[in-house]
Ligand binder design. Structure first.
Ligand code: URA
Length: 210
């Protein structure tokens, strides 16, 4: 497993506005999309490509195209949905599957409540979208599920991570073909497993409290 923190002043600036408790939902949603596009640029550095023959108005040449099947993007519902537009803006031909997961606030365990994915992911490159890597429980279950279906490589795009969750994933997935791309690794988790300083509940800030 590899961890990549995207160190860029625009990422830091947008993240700061996102963290601010006074930032309203519409701005929060817009900034989440913009941040994901910036993170996705780094996260897709090893996206699979192949040579393609084309003709420019001047001559024939060889360019670069995405290998088919194109990458599969999997937002984890609910909060990961707020990251989808930012990702597909950069990779519009990606296929999109969905995984609905929630954490039991008492046991902090991840529960899968919805799934819409191809049955066979053999050899596929999968990009998982989940804004908050807190205890790591949700991502660990999602990653296990996708590897069981045959995924060859998984890249997770998160806004924030906690050292506690990252070290659990690093232990369990040490040899797995997994990359975690983040805008920041924060200080710690609090007693309710919220990331500190964090940005609060990402789902609630994107979509309101339901
Ligand atoms: N999920 C969130 O939305 N926020 C946190 O701080 C932790 C998990």
């Amino acid at each position: 497993m590899r961890v990549l923190v995207v160190d860029h002043p625009l990422v830091a600036h947008k993240l700061t506005v996102l963290r601010d408790k006074d930032t309203p939902s519409p701005v929060f949603r817009q900034l989440t999309e913009e941040l994901v596009t910036l993170l996705a640029y780094e996260a897709t550095r090893n996206v699979r490509v192949e040579p393609v023959n084309i003709e420019t108005p001047v001559t024939a040449t060889v360019g670069t195209g995405l290998v088919k099947p194109t990458p599969l993007v999997v937002p984890i519902l609910r909060a990961g949905l707020g990251m989808l537009e930012g990702m597909t803006r950069l990779v519009p031909t990606a296929e999109v599957g969905f995984l609905g997961m929630a954490r039991n606030e008492e046991t902090l365990e991840a529960i899968t409540y919805a799934e819409r994915l191809p049955d066979d992911l053999t050899g596929r490159q999968v990009f998982v979208l989940d804004p908050m890597l807190a205890t790591g429980g949700t991502l660990r279950e999602a990653i296990k599920f996708l590897f069981q279906r045959g995924a060859a490589e998984i890249v997770c795009i998160c806004l924030l991570g906690a050292p506690e969750g990252l070290s659990i994933l690093e232990k369990e997935l040490a040899d797995a073909n997994v990359t975690i791309v983040l805008a920041s690794i924060d200080e710690r988790l609090d007693e309710k497993a919220y990331i500190v300083p964090g940005l609060g509940d990402a789902g609630d800030r994107l979509y309101g409290v339901v």
